[in-house]
Design a protein around this ligand. Structure first.
Ligand SMILES: [Zn+2]
Length: 477
């Protein structure tokens, strides 16, 4: 493969000078980083080449624990002790921080108190798991340091708040249990479907299939057990380090526009001799419907809550109901994003897409704080979902600034006029879906060849599945 002189350090570090970054690409997954390191900018790399590469990545397998009252009692006891440790340590470190005496992000400072302040907890957790809990605390504080640095360099997302790690407490001030187990202190028996916890010598049956643990060369890391108050169930989350493989190549590129009229619009470079590309459209209807459904439910609860005659006990019940509506809405959206991303990337694999270019409204991120933030946050979630799904399939994903991509005709570079039903019209008589046009512009910005025509495939993603919509085959885009 060609190795340009610009191969090293050619990629943008997110942040620095926002202006200078406008035309930079940002790698969104392991393959994109590898590609940048070895080849430089994907927009300018020429020639035909392919290379088989590997990358170690972190994934999580989640299992639902089948608990008895005794097991539940045990998990609550250990989980509460760990939460207490975290709260005490964070309280101490927060004091240091707010008094201007620096940031303590080491695990050793907690560990060194194991025979004094934390002796009871240390005995209950055992040394391996106490150690892992100290490392978890340290990781949180390191994350805080990273955010502070990002804030200083002006590269925070608009919705990001920089706060020192807080307390594991719910709204009523109750501690929220968490069990932390070191990689070498548990065993997952996939045949008997039991989780064996070493120090306590306890077996917990579970449900669920691992996606990553069974991969060749998989290495288990930290195990976290938490209680989900909405589902009223215990879950085990196992960090797994796995090796992924990719046949990196500079084959077909695809541009992706996120969430205007459509949730996702993707356009590929020409797939055949006649210059025809493929467009994949994912409609946002069910997402909006979910949003309004829950919005209505939440408004109903708010109305009831505003009644001054309401008794305190009813008030707390209603607040809990409201919290669950929010939670369910968030989960359904996440599930829908996951389904759409997996579906999109699978089709990309079948079409032979070798590089994904995702438009991201970076300018907007700085211009519109406030209500738009939740939207921006959604964009980011969806973008990350697609990037990880692509990583799993060996496809590099890059972020490309998309400012202005909706205002310009991808064919002629002239200004477009927005018409009804999400269509745009250019002075040369071109009529196109605004999102298809935006995706084409992103494709062009990423150095891709804009197709003359596109075959449109349309889908409706929901929280449970992705539905294919029958569309008349060719769209003279
Ligand atoms: Zn035009």
């Amino acid at each position: 493969m060609p190795r340009g002189e610009n191969a090293v350090g050619g990629h943008a570090v997110r942040g620095l000078e926002p202006r200078a970054l406008e035309l930079e690409v940002v790698p969104l997954n392991a393959w994109a980083r590898l590609l940048l390191e070895q080849l430089g900018d994907p927009r300018t790399s020429g020639g035909r080449w392919a290379q088989a590469v590997k990358a170690r990545v972190q994934r999580v397998d989640t299992f639902r624990l089948l608990t008895t009252p005794e097991l539940e009692d045990f998990l609550r006891r250990v989980g509460d002790a760990t939460a207490r440790l975290i709260n005490m340590e964070n309280s101490r470190r927060r004091r240091l921080f707010f008094e201007g005496r620096g940031i303590d992000y080491s695990w050793m400072s907690a560990w060194s108190r194991r025979f004094t302040d934390y002796f009871e907890i240390y005995k209950l957790l055992g040394s391996a798991n106490f150690h892992e809990a100290c490392r978890l605390i340290s990781d949180q504080w390191k994350g805080f340091v990273g955010l502070l640095r990002a804030a200083k360099e002006g590269r925070l997302e608009p919705w990001q708040r920089v706060r020192p790690p807080g307390y594991r407490k719910d709204r009523d001030g109750q501690r929220v249990p968490i069990v932390v187990v070191r990689f070498d202190n548990y065993r997952i028996d996939l045949e008997r479907r039991v989780l064996h916890l070493g120090y306590w010598n306890i077996e917990v049956p579970f449900k669920g299939k691992p996606r990553w643990l069974t991969k060749q060369g998989a290495k288990q890391g930290r195990l976290i057990i938490v209680y989900d108050p909405v589902k009223k169930r215990w879950y085990a989350r196992v960090s797994v380090e796995v090796t992924l493989e990719s046949k990196l190549n500079n084959g077909l590129k695809a541009g992706v526009d996120l969430g205007r009229e459509r949730l996702i619009a993707l356009v590929t470079e020409p797939v055949n001799e006649s210059g025809e590309g493929v467009a994949l459209l994912y409609r946002g209807g069910p997402l909006k419907a979910d949003y309004f459904y829950f919005e209505k439910k939440i408004a109903e609860v708010d109305r009831m809550l505003s009644d001054p005659r309401l008794e305190e006990v009813d008030r707390s019940v209603l607040k809990e109901v409201r919290r669950r509506f929010y939670e369910r809405r968030r989960r359904r959206r996440d599930q829908l994003f996951a389904n759409a991303a997996a579906h999109l990337v699978r089709l990309c694999g079948e079409l032979g897409v070798a590089v994904l270019l995702l438009g991201y409204p970076r300018g907007v991120a700085q211009d519109k704080p406030g209500k738009g933030n939740s939207n921006m946050w959604s964009y980011r979630r969806l973008e990350q979902r697609i990037a990880v799904a692509a990583e799993n399939r060996g496809i590099p994903a890059f972020e490309i600034p998309e400012d202005g991509t909706s205002k310009v005709c991808a064919r002629h570079g002239c200004e477009v006029v927005r018409g009804p039903r999400g269509l745009i019209r250019c002075p040369h008589g071109q009529v196109m879906h605004a999102d298809v046009n935006a995706a084409m512009n992103i494709l062009a910005r990423g150095g891709g060849k804009v197709p003359m025509r596109v075959r449109v495939l349309s889908f409706i993603p929901t929280a449970s599945k992705v539905i294919a919509v029958n569309v008349k085959s060719s769209n003279p885009a």
